[in-house]
Design a protein around this ligand. Structure first.
Ligand code: C5P
Length: 408
């Protein structure tokens, strides 16, 4: 699979203020470069105490700027030139002192000066705080952070957990991969801004007895990619997931379930409040009519147990059948092994949904890429094979165009 270059063509200024989290900024710089960005690092004097500019230069392939009197800038105006070329300025780590400087519009060091002098329309300011939990929760810091956000900065984190000082709490800088993904998300078009989106993903597991069950081949990757893409597009996303081993995408609220009945219940509890429902889960069609409470034993007689099965509720059809006003726009998936489009058309009518996304089941299960066909009342359109996140983003854009205006 080819590597996605989510930050291709983006020029970023990465600013480091003083804090132990500077060690993570080296990895962040590397991740941003790997995602296709060009990265210009600017460091405060305090940051240079924690990590050397040599490291950052080697990782970004550009000399680091630490001084507002740096004579390399053509007109000797580094504070102006640097941000004019940048798509975003990311301060990571942002120390308590640095945030205080931002809040007051102070400009005694190059990095603070750069933040103040940046063109606010063209160059966003992303701030990733990193400090001890007492410093973070101090009213002065909270006041300053609120001011910086009110002035238009986007706050990334902070995270919660063990701190370098040995304490545990809020104030950790987000991990480099989390920050990279937040930067990538920032640049995605906000086509679902303010929408509420519900996604089902993964398989279900229908218990036969306490140790056995019926499930199916679904990795959950497509549904998780869609949840991530919807969140990147500005939606408030709830992800109801069957048993899968996948990390929860950033800012997505996740509900874990096991059986189809549990998934049905979790979905119906929140569906009426949603603008959009995307059912990607591979729900088991049937479950044992009664699960044995004890493990079914092999008795050596050669007799095999017989199970009476009963049908599971169709979650997608249940949501699509909600009364108008409580019914989100519904999107179903159809994984077929043959006659993909014909089956998808039939499924669309049978389930009463406006849009079905069809794919070739055996070619997608567990894979990192996929190809889709959109089937709606206007006909079919193909989305060529790509990695699942790229497809999910394209699909979210397609769905956003179809959302009725009444929901906006
Ligand atoms: O009927 P079939 O399983 O092929 O339909 C697939 C679509 O319906 C998917 O969107 C799937 O998530 C949804 N579905 C559901 N509840 C079921 C079965 C399928 O939501 N019990």
């Amino acid at each position: 699979m080819t590597e996605r270059l989510d930050l291709q063509g983006r020029h970023l200024v990465l600013g480091l203020s003083g804090g132990i989290a500077c060690y993570k900024s080296a990895e962040l710089a590397r991740e941003l470069v790997k995602a296709g960005a060009t990265v210009q690092v600017v460091m405060t004097e305090a940051a240079c105490r924690f990590i050397t500019p040599v490291t950052m230069q080697a990782l970004t392939g550009r000399p680091v700027i630490t001084d507002q009197w740096d004579a390399r800038a053509p007109a000797n105006m580094a504070h102006i030139d640097l941000s004019r070329e940048a798509d975003a300025l990311i301060v990571a780590p942002a120390s308590a002192d640095f945030i205080a400087q931002l809040a007051q519009g102070r400009a005694s060091e190059l990095l603070a000066l750069l933040c103040l002098a940046r063109p606010r329309q063209g160059c966003a300011l992303l701030v990733a705080p990193a400090m001890n939990r007492e410093m973070w929760s101090h009213p002065a810091t909270q006041r300053n952070v609120a001011q910086v956000v009110a002035d238009g900065a986007l706050l990334l984190g902070p995270g919660h957990g063990a701190q370098a000082c040995g304490e545990t709490g809020d104030g950790r800088m987000l991990e480099p991969e989390e920050l990279r993904d937040a930067v990538i998300a920032f640049f995605q078009p906000k086509v679902l801004q303010g929408k509420r989106v519900l996604v089902t993903a993964g398989p279900t597991f229908e218990a036969l007895d306490p140790v056995r069950g019926i499930t199916n081949l679904s990795s959950g990757k497509m549904g998780f990619a869609i949840a991530r893409a919807a969140a990147e597009a500005g939606a408030q996303v709830t992800l109801v997931a069957g048993p899968v081993h996948l990390p929860t995408p950033a800012s997505v609220s996740r509900v874990d379930v096991r059986s189809a009945l549990q998934m049905h219940e979790a979905v119906m509890a929140v569906a009426p409040a949603q603008d959009l429902f995307i059912a990607t889960a591979a729900v088991a069609d049937w479950r044992p009519a009664a699960a044995a409470t004890q493990k079914i034993k092999k008795d050596g007689s050669g007799r095999v147990p017989a199970f009476e099965m009963t049908e599971n509720p169709d979650i997608l059809a249940s949501v699509a059948g909600l009364p108008a006003g409580q019914r989100p726009y519904c999107v179903g998936f159809a994984a077929e092994s043959h006659d993909v489009v014909r089956h998808a058309r039939e499924k669309r009518l049978r389930k009463g949904v406006p849009l079905i996304v069809a794919n070739h089941g055996p070619a997608t299960f567990g894979q990192d890429d996929n190809a889709l066909v959109l089937v709606d009342d206007a006909g079919e359109s193909e989305m060529p094979r790509a990695d699942k996140l790229s497809l999910a983003r394209a699909l979210v854009a397609q769905i956003a165009q179809r959302l009725p205006h009444a929901h906006t």
